[in-house]
Design a protein around this ligand. Structure first.
Ligand code: EPS
Length: 405
């Protein structure tokens, strides 16, 4: 069974999000701050809507950690939704009493309690409500909401802590928002990660950043939304994670699923990706050069994966996010109760969430890599995994060594 399995639970406006991870090895140093750092990063980004001013996401570790170290037992985490305060009646677990139903409420509270019957194009609303036999679309949209990704980022925080133990580091940047592209070539993570943390759109070029912000402002003025592309990079990976022997164990496929499962992601590429399809093979594949410190690869068109297995080069993944489907400029829809054509339901929303999606992409990448790492080196105790890892590095040393060692 794959170690590091996880599930999330929680509605967008319910009391909390919950994540449970099974199969984290014992002996890993873990603090809530390791998780909260990424939760805060996920909330940032130019183009976020009013909800982020309400939430101050923090994870509480409820189980599986004692005196700063993991126990090897399941880890459960809880992230409270501050907005719950406003939704206690509309999202109540108990059926509403007749007295509450009869209450005269107006404005936002009336909106919260009213059943939603108009599906928003681009969301799970329409297909989800048919699938799950619902008459109030809120019963679908509350769970399909990208709010759920806060729980995934918490899980990713634990995965990153585990990977860091073995020298593996993950970072992300935004390379496109709408029509604006950041063409900067990124080298080693250490040379650029500070810059992306300072950028309001998580991009490297200051010129592109200014243009991206202008594009977001225009979209906001027009009641529209913008998508984009983010890149996730992982460094310090040994060759040999993943599997070339079976379709469902290939790491490229597993990473693609991880990224594609992020709300609004519509495309994923690895290394040269789609651009590689337009080039002859001689320009795509990375030569192998022997040297005193093992074999090296002068290029990395493969993006760190060959045959579904890591090559020991940086992993480079890119994901395309569609524009957010909730927009003020009304999309055409129809009322599922009356069957009449109407404008799509609008709720407060983000104009652009690509910078946040990049942080979620880091988390999902970290989870897939942690799973692959534990599958190869064992998953019970951090010290045993380290011993197995070093033994492996010693065996492959004539052909490959970690950078600078
Ligand atoms: C979302 C709609 C908005 C976003 C939300 C995702 O929420 P609300 O309807 O409460 O304004 O803010 O994202 C988050 C809450 C988050 O934490 O990222 C949607 O419909 O997917």
């Amino acid at each position: 069974m794959t170690p590091f399995r996880f599930v999330t639970a929680g509605e967008s406006h319910g009391p909390a999000l919950v994540a449970t991870i099974d199969g984290v090895p014992a002996g890993l140093t873990l603090a809530e701050e390791d998780i909260n750092r990424d939760l805060a990063r996920r909330q940032l980004g130019y183009g976020r809507g009013g909800r982020m001013a309400i939430e101050k996401d923090r994870a509480r570790i409820l189980t599986g950690v004692r005196q700063g170290r993991t126990l090897g037992s399941p880890i459960a985490m809880l992230i409270e939704n501050r907005d719950w305060e406003n939704w206690q009646v509309a999202m109540s677990v108990e059926p509403l009493s007749d007295n509450v139903r009869a209450e005269e409420v107006s404005g936002a509270e009336a909106m919260r309690r009213k059943p939603v019957t108009v599906p928003r194009p681009g969301h799970a609303d329409f297909a989800g409500t048919l699938q799950r036999d619902q008459s109030d679309l809120r019963n679908v949209l509350e769970r399909a909401s990208a709010r759920e990704t806060a729980a995934r980022v918490a899980v990713g925080g634990v995965a990153k802590r585990l990977l860091a133990e073995y020298g593996i580091r993950i970072a992300s940047r935004v390379i496109r928002i709408g029509g604006v592209v950041d063409e900067t070539e990124a080298g080693a993570i250490a040379t650029w990660s500070e810059r992306t943390e300072q950028s309001e759109v998580r991009c490297l070029s200051t010129t592109a950043e200014a243009e991206m912000k202008t594009a977001i402002d225009s979209a906001r003025t027009e009641g529209d939304t913008l998508g984009g592309v983010f890149e996730v990079v992982a460094e310090g990976l040994p060759p040999g994670l993943g599997d070339y022997t079976q379709w469902d164990r290939k790491l490229d496929g597993r990473l693609a699923q991880m990224l594609m499962s992020i709300q609004a992601v519509k495309g994923v590429e690895i290394g040269l990706g789609f651009a590689g399809a337009a080039c002859p093979g001689s320009q795509v594949h990375d030569g192998i050069v022997p040297g005193p410190f093992g074999f090296t690869r002068p290029t990395n068109g493969a993006g760190g994966l060959e045959g579904g297995v890591t090559t020991g080069q940086p992993l480079i993944l890119r994901a395309a996010m569609k524009p957010i489907a909730t927009l003020r400029k009304a999309l055409k829809s129809a009322d599922m109760a009356t069957m009449e054509p109407v404008d799509a339901h609008y709720e407060r929303s983000d104009v652009c969430a690509v910078p946040a999606a990049a942080v979620i992409g880091e988390a999902m990448t970290a989870i897939a890599l942690a799973q692959a790492f534990l599958e190869k080196f064992g998953s019970d105790a951090v010290a045993d995994i380290r011993a197995a890892y070093h033994e492996y590095l010693a065996r492959i040393r004539p052909w490959w060594r970690p950078m600078g060692r």
